[in-house]
Design a protein around this ligand. Structure first.
Ligand code: NAP
Length: 280
């Protein structure tokens, strides 16, 4: 079965619409997200436009904060601090990458954990590692939501995650572990990737390498989730050779239309969660 990320994301957005309406009834204002863009990287501009549009569609107020590429470290920090202190800002997102003279760790550290809707802060990653409540990175959270909505239970399964980045691979592995899967994390130094993948009941590919996962790496009946977003000859493709893998998989996500649409949906969900929690 092909997992339809677009349909699930649309369903989530409809649910979020109801949540923002309820928040408005209780608080007299909509949940709000501040998006900070430093400089004018065209890809970042596009991402931000998409996020702001998606916010508007579900009733999240967005604040578009633009700083020039040559903004000083002090001014950048002050801008994030102002948003951190602003009572009507529920979520803060600083679009990466930053201009080279700014240290992303230093800037991101200014976002309070309860407004960190990207789930990148040390406190939120620590909470995830400890199995505690917190805001979780949107892409791995989106994968868990897809599994949930397709009634795929990680408990007792062997999950293999390819990739160990702080924003996808590691939080993905922790979420699966917290959901009682037995988890193997693979990376570029894993000696026999094929053998590791063949043992996976749930295979998550997040390496950023087109067609890294071939059909012979997929166990019969496995669930295959492709997080990869690669450009090959101008077209978007994942890390999985879809045509080969779909012959073996019980469930599989396509690229595009699988995990991708879930990332923005989960960002919106995190804004609602952050807003609701602040008044609990
Ligand atoms: P990243 O920071 O580059 O990390 C890639 C990871 O994959 C690293 O841990 C790397 O190992 C591992 N890796 C690379 N080549 C490998 C190979 N041949 N065999 C085994 N492991 C290998 O990338 P990322 O930010 O995690 O993103 C991963 C992919 O997901 C990218 O394609 C990205 O575009 C996509 N993505 C999609 C979404 C979405 O919304 N769909 C969101 C975020 C990211 P080492 O640690 O050893 O280097």
């Amino acid at each position: 079965m092909i997992i339809d990320g677009r349909a699930v994301a649309a369903q989530i957005r409809a649910e979020l619409h109801a949540r923002t309406a309820r928040f408005f009834e209780n608080r007299g204002r909509n949940p709000s997200l501040a998006v900070v863009l430093i400089g004018s990287d065209p890809a970042s501009e596009l991402y931000i436009r998409n996020k702001i549009k998606a916010c508007a569609e579900v009733g999240i107020r967005s604040l578009d904060v633009r700083l020039p590429a040559d903004v000083s470290r002090e001014e950048a920090i002050a801008a994030v601090r102002r948003l951190a202190a602003d009572d009507e800002t529920d979520g803060i997102l600083v679009q990466l990458p930053l201009p080279p003279h700014l240290d992303p760790r230093e800037i991101l550290a200014e976002i309070p954990a309860e407004k960190d809707v990207d789930g990148f802060s040390e406190k939120n990653i620590g909470a995830l590692a400890l199995g505690q409540d917190g805001l979780v990175a949107c892409t791995p959270l989106g994968v868990m939501e897809l599994l949930k909505r397709y009634h795929i239970e990680p408990r007792g399964k062997h999950a293999v995650v390819i990739g160990r980045s702080n924003i996808v691979g590691k939080p993905m592995a922790m979420l699966l572990l917290n959901a009682d899967a037995t988890v193997t994390v693979c990376h570029s130094r894993t000696p026999d990737l094929k053998e590791e993948c063949r043992r996976a009941d749930i295979l998550i590919a997040a390496a950023g390498r087109a067609k890294l996962v071939t059909g012979d790496m997929v166990k019969e009946g496995a669930v295959v989730i492709d997080v990869g977003m690669n450009r090959e000859n101008g077209t978007l493709c994942g890390d999985v050779d879809f045509k080969e893998a779909e012959k073996k998989a019980s469930f599989i996500t396509p690229v595009p239309g699988g995990v991708g649409p879930m990332t923005v949906a989960m960002l919106l969900a995190n804004v609602c969660t952050a807003a609701e929690k602040r008044y609990k």
